[in-house]
Design a protein around this ligand. Structure first.
Ligand SMILES: C[S@@+](CC[C@H](N)C(=O)[O-])C[C@H]1O[C@@H](n2cnc3c(N)ncnc32)[C@H](O)[C@@H]1O
Length: 217
């Protein structure tokens, strides 16, 4: 089989990142504060080019009803909130008051607080609070990896035809080929569930740590 994928190196990656819309000052401050104040957890934040991609996707689907599972300090939710159509909302789920207190400050500063509804608690349970009908335009799954199959099960039926579900870390630094821990195994299981799910069309993109895009049929 001919391989059509260009192998990435640091120089080429840097070229890719510098040729997309860069983070503005608020996002840059959020990235720097997260690195400074949460050094042990900062790697959980989405990459800046992923944030730009999420903002673009939000605009492309004309999203008004958005869900995020895994908010942390708020970079991805800020990106999606900025891309919302008039009157849109992002419902964010996270278990941490500490992490999301940083997010709240940046949403305030960016003037998007009124477009974000943060719900603290285990997402597998809290997602069931959402209306059962297919109303979601866009969801972003980026929380604990062992929860992905449960988040998928809650979100697919709530996604409208043509709506998107975006899933982060689907490559686990390449360990999907040789899973080591429970999170790796959960992602392998999740990736198999997603590709076999006849309710969606699925594309896995090698962006950052792997990003799956699923469009509801
Ligand atoms: C990878 S981070 C999210 C990064 C975020 N999307 C960003 O752009 O910065 C994962 C988040 O999931 C949250 N989390 C972990 N387990 C959870 C659960 N069971 N329910 C809801 N959130 C959870 C963590 O508190 C953490 O903030």
């Amino acid at each position: 089989m001919t391989v059509k994928t260009l192998p990435m190196n640091d120089e080429l990656h840097s070229y890719v990142v510098t040729h997309g819309t860069p983070p503005d000052e608020i996002m840059q401050d959020l990235i720097e504060e997260t690195e400074r104040s949460l050094p042990g957890n900062a790697q959980m934040q989405v990459a800046p080019e992923q944030a730009a991609f999420l903002a673009l996707l939000t605009k492309l689907v004309g999203a008004r009803h958005v869900v995020e599972v895994g908010t942390f300090t708020g970079l991805s939710s800020l990106a999606m909130a900025r891309g919302l159509a008039e009157g849109g909302r992002v419902v964010c789920f996270d278990i941490s008051d500490e992490f999301t207190s940083v997010a709240r400050r940046y949403w305030e500063r960016a003037g998007v607080s009124d477009r974000i509804d943060l719900r603290i608690g285990p997402a597998a349970e809290r997602l069931r609070e959402l209306p059962a009908e297919p109303h979601l335009d866009l969801s972003f799954i980026d929380a604990d990896k062992t929860g992905y199959p449960a988040y998928w099960a809650e979100l697919v039926p709530r996604t409208r035809p043509g709506g998107l579900i975006v899933v982060d870390n689907v490559l686990r630094d390449g360990r999907v080929l040789a899973p080591q821990d429970a999170s790796d195994k959960a992602i392998v299981e999740f990736n198999d569930i997603a590709v076999r799910d006849e309710r969606v069309d699925v594309v896995m993109l090698p962006i950052a740590d792997g990003l799956t895009l699923a469009r509801r049929r």
